[in-house]
Design a protein around this ligand. Structure first.
Ligand code: ADE
Length: 234
């Protein structure tokens, strides 16, 4: 899977994408990351990429030309339209389900906005999905793009070495993950739930499911309700 990140601050993305698990995954070839500096595509002789908004108002807007040409430098190398995600607080909220869906694509383009946003005309031409990471406003699209890239990339085979761990964790079955314990068996006078030491895999699975359901009910009643509805129907 190839991720293209269109940004005015490529160094922000590069630092994160070349470290830790994502960095290793890129080295092994199961994913690749390509940052495009939008400023490299401006035709303005002063390298300007933003201007005042028509109609007045505070702040500057990223102009259509450099954004379009940066996008086209990626799109023109492909025969199919590449799914292009505009990272914006006005988009639909990113979820594990959307991460799952996007992880099936061969290539993705993330368009990171800055200042007051991007000229609407270029968004109309290039964007296939507008996506937000939550109801709060950040200074730019780079951090949310990296959040989404991370969540998508870890679902791609080979990125996580333990293939099971993406399947059992929180959200994958609509529930939060159960509590987990490691050595020592007693710590600060606290033991480990007996069933986990029993070696009975069926009982352990049952206990974990019950814990997941209880934890989801307590912490995320919205998810719990959805889970119960789905499981009563089926
Ligand atoms: N840009 C600024 N804030 C954002 C958010 N919450 N999600 C996506 N993009 C953003």
């Amino acid at each position: 899977m190839k991720f293209h990140i269109l940004t005015l601050f490529p160094e922000m993305a590069d630092t994160c994408l070349h470290a830790s698990i994502l960095g290793r995954a890129a080295q092994s070839g199961c994913v690749s990351f390509h940052t495009v500096n939008i400023r490299d595509y401006t035709v303005n002789k002063h390298k300007k990429v933003d201007d005042y908004t028509y109609g007045g108002g505070a702040g500057m807007l990223m102009q259509a030309q450099p954004v379009y040409d940066a996008w086209n430098s990626v799109q023109s190398g492909s025969e199919v339209k590449i799914r292009t995600i505009y990272v914006t607080p006005q988009g639909r909220t990113f979820t594990q389900e959307l991460a799952q869906e996007l992880s099936q694509e061969k290539e993705l383009i993330f368009l990171c906005g800055h200042y007051e946003g991007i000229d609407e005309r270029v968004l109309e031409e290039v964007v296939t999905d507008s996506v937000s990471i939550g109801d709060y406003v950040l200074t730019g699209g780079e951090l949310p793009a990296l959040v989404m890239v991370d969540a998508i990339a870890r679902l791609i085979p080979g990125v996580l070495h333990n293939e099971n761990s993406a399947e059992t964790e929180s959200f994958q079955n609509g529930l939060l993950e159960y509590p987990q314990y490691s050595r020592p068996p007693i710590w600060h006078d606290k033991g480990v739930p007996e069933v986990l030491l029993s070696g009975n895999h069926q009982k352990i699975a049952q206990w974990r499911l019950e814990q997941s359901i209880r934890r989801t009910q307590e912490r995320r009643p919205d998810l719990y309700e959805r889970y119960m509805k789905k499981n009563l129907q089926s």
